[in-house]
Design a protein around this ligand. Structure first.
Ligand SMILES: [Zn+2]
Length: 195
């Protein structure tokens, strides 16, 4: 189309369709995932299937390279390669630890506090950040933070909930078991599919 012809076409179109003008460039808003049965929390991996097993230090959620989201608002402790034993072969070993803005009460009388969420076997992180970084990324509830990957040869996300600011995962006293994680998310059964 010649410039003159384009100008002629535009002169007809513009008065009719002002909404068709290109919007000024702006960054895309962060994606937000659906809420869980525990409505204060957002789905960590929509369409993932809960596949936990009792000996694990968290809940395994099956899914092949699905988007991963912040369970609740918080600040990233790190989003980088490592922080997991599963780093060989096909395994993708990015991990994220999220310090929650508002801890989730836990225990018979809510006397404990879930203070951190740990994600691993990730293939990609949205906001790469080294542990101990001076600047730490804050994310809102349901904001996309990663893409799942492979752990121990199997496509899944490992989701850990950590108690009382004890984040080293060297004691069962501060780690929720898989059935406890399912309870926090909203009493989901093993095998259930996340919203
Ligand atoms: Zn696991």
């Amino acid at each position: 189309m010649t410039a003159a012809l384009r100008a002629l076409v535009l002169s007809f179109l513009l008065p009719l369709a002002p909404a068709a003008l290109p919007a000024p460039a702006s960054p895309a808003p962060p994606l937000i995932s659906p809420r869980l049965k525990s409505a204060a929390l957002a789905s960590p991996m929509p369409r993932g299937n809960l596949g936990g097993w009792p000996g694990d230090t968290g809940l395994d959620i099956a899914g092949d390279h699905l988007e991963v989201f912040a369970l609740a608002a918080g600040t990233l402790d790190y989003a980088e390669w490592g922080h997991t034993r599963w780093t060989t072969g096909k395994d993708t070993a990015y991990s994220v630890r999220l310090a929650l803005d508002e801890p989730i009460p836990w225990g018979e009388h809510g006397e404990r506090r879930i203070t951190h969420v740990y994600y691993t076997h990730l293939s990609k992180v949205e906001y790469p950040q080294r542990e101990g970084s001076d600047t730490r990324k804050h994310v809102v509830t349901g904001e996309r933070i990663a893409v799942s990957g492979i752990g121990n040869g199997t496509p899944h996300l490992h989701l850990g909930l950590l108690l009382d600011n004890q984040v080293e995962q060297d004691s069962w006293a501060y780690i929720l078991r898989e059935h406890e994680v399912r309870k926090v998310l909203g009493n989901y059964k093993n095998g259930a599919r996340l919203p």
